[in-house]
Design a protein around this ligand. Structure first.
Ligand SMILES: [Zn+2]
Length: 506
């Protein structure tokens, strides 16, 4: 999302008694390190973080289903979270969001009967959201394009179907084999535009689509047996909020640590965003245990942990409710359990003046700890890219007027490599002096392949990094609030929402 170069040049660092971001000393390039510490780091605040436990949390969440707001799997996830927070001794409240349409696919199957072959159960498939429930047997499959609709009692294989034309019939079905991850291996989890009114649609992988196409091209008949059980309804997403009380006589207000609890796309959502949920739980567990044991004083501000029932919508509901009145800063986690290429941690956005103090805190932690056991060797800050919950806050009038920080920590964004201009005066890549910042990606983004075995189980250390860096950055930032003048920053047009609508979300 480009915006004027002149705007970038006018950004300055907040007046602050703390060292400015530009004063950060960069470590020389180091080889990526992806090791869980043999012995846990000694700092009492991070000693309780476990990457392996975070990976187990992700597996537990994914086993519950897609956890979409308003669904039974979302409810099961909320119960799991309440149980985990309660075990930490933290009080929780539920916040119900506005009623919204939701879809929950309960079971599905798709078998291709190719003339002369054994029945072929298709493996790499995923039902598009808001597909109507249904079933069919011996349904003849034809190949078509965007203008083709499956006739009554027929099935369509297409690479371009938009699914917006005609009402579905009880037995027809559409297979789309070109809405896949960049390697073609997994169908991306998409949704139909007209809830329950179009032909039931499945994404299928490129290799499975190619096999069906080859059979049809060879003149063989292909018939499908298929079934989909699903619930489409209006319901309220459940957000769970837990509180770690502040020290006695602390100033009012709370710092919020959060992640979206739904899978966003309707897929398994291991990296997006069970990873973020697992990190918030690790932070809550480590911090509350350190306080309960007396190793640490209670925090100098109340700290809250929120797991959003639905990305963006639940976040906005919180900010606009009484619960959100006292929020003084936000640290969000999204896609923080895996990265395709780089072993590194990203912090964004670094082009909002309101974030400069927090970025400086995170930068100090990352610079001091780079390469240490349990911390990433490499890290980067980048400009506003939008599409995640922290932008709901940073785009709000109050955060802009009061210069409050709202950042997201992550280890991958979206489904393919990206590169962005470095923000003037900000760290950018810790391992280079380039004026560009490479944004790592997850090839399983929003797909049926966003499974623990493909993402978080491969790089559980990513969640450990995020939890430890987050803990130390927030405490550094909160400590720095003591004695600040309360001086307000000038208008910051870069904070204009850029939030969510009209673009894909992390
Ligand atoms: Zn996400």
């Amino acid at each position: 999302m480009p915006y004027p170069v002149a705007l970038l040049l006018t950004l300055t660092v907040l007046p602050s008694p703390r060292p400015s971001v530009t004063a950060l000393v960069q470590e020389p390039a180091q080889p990526p390190v992806a090791q869980e510490p043999a012995t846990p780091p000694a700092h009492p605040l991070v000693a309780g973080v476990s990457s392996e436990r975070a990976a187990a949390t992700v597996r537990d969440l994914v086993a519950l289903g897609a956890r979409m707001g308003g669904t039974t799997s979302g409810e099961r996830a909320a119960k799991l979270l309440e149980k985990r927070f309660k075990a930490m001794g933290l009080a929780t409240v539920r916040q119900l969001g506005r009623e919204q349409w939701c879809h929950e696919e309960l079971s599905w199957s798709l078998v291709a009967n190719i003339e002369g072959d054994e029945p072929l159960p298709l493996q790499r498939i995923w039902p598009w959201g808001f597909s109507p429930a249904g079933a069919g047997s011996g349904i003849p499959l034809q190949v078509g394009d965007a203008r083709t609709e499956p006739g009554r009692g027929s099935a369509l294989l297409t690479d371009t179907y938009m699914g917006v034309r005609r009402k579905g019939t009880p037995s027809n079905v559409v297979l789309v084999d070109d809405a896949n991850t960049i390697d073609g291996a997994w169908p991306v989890c998409r949704s139909l535009r007209r809830r329950g009114e179009q032909a039931t649609t499945f994404g299928i992988s490129a290799p499975e689509g190619a096999r069906l196409r080859a059979a049809i091209a060879a003149g063989k008949t292909v018939e499908l047996d298929w079934a989909l059980e699903t619930v489409i309804q209006q319901a309220q997403p459940v957000t769970v909020v837990a509180t770690l009380p502040a020290a006695k006589d602390a100033p009012a207000g709370h710092f919020l640590i959060c992640a979206h609890g739904d899978s966003d796309s309707g897929g398994p959502g291991a990296n997006d965003n069970a990873s973020g949920v697992a990190i918030v739980l690790e932070i809550a567990a480590a911090w509350s245990a350190a306080v309960a044991s007396g190793a640490l004083e209670p925090p100098c501000r109340e700290v809250r942990f929120a797991i959003w029932g639905t990305e963006i919508a639940s976040t906005r509901a919180y900010l606009e409710s009484d619960l959100g009145v006292g929020v003084i800063g936000v640290m969000n986690f999204d896609q923080a359990g895996y990265g395709a290429k780089g072993q590194r941690l990203h912090v964004e956005p670094d082009d909002l003046k309101a974030n400069a103090g927090f970025i400086a805190s995170a930068g100090r932690v990352l610079t001091d700890r780079a390469g240490e056991a349990g911390f990433p060797a490499r890290w980067a800050t980048n400009k506003s890219l939008g599409g995640t919950d922290s932008y709901v806050f940073s785009g709000s009038r109050r955060f802009r007027d009061e210069g409050l920080p709202a950042v997201t920590l992550y280890t991958s964004a979206w489904g393919k490599p990206d590169e962005q201009p470095r923000t003037a005066g900000m760290p950018g890549e810790s391992w280079s002096d380039r004026d560009r910042v490479a944004i790592d990606y997850d090839e399983h983004y929003h797909s049926a392949g966003d499974l623990p075995e493909n993402t978080t189980d491969r790089e559980p250390e990513n969640m450990g990094w995020c939890a430890r860096v987050g803990l130390l950055a927030v405490t550094d930032y909160l400590d720095g609030l003591e004695g600040t003048t309360g001086e307000l920053p000038a208008d910051d047009p870069a904070a204009e929402a850029r939030s969510d609508e009209g673009r894909s979300s992390k």
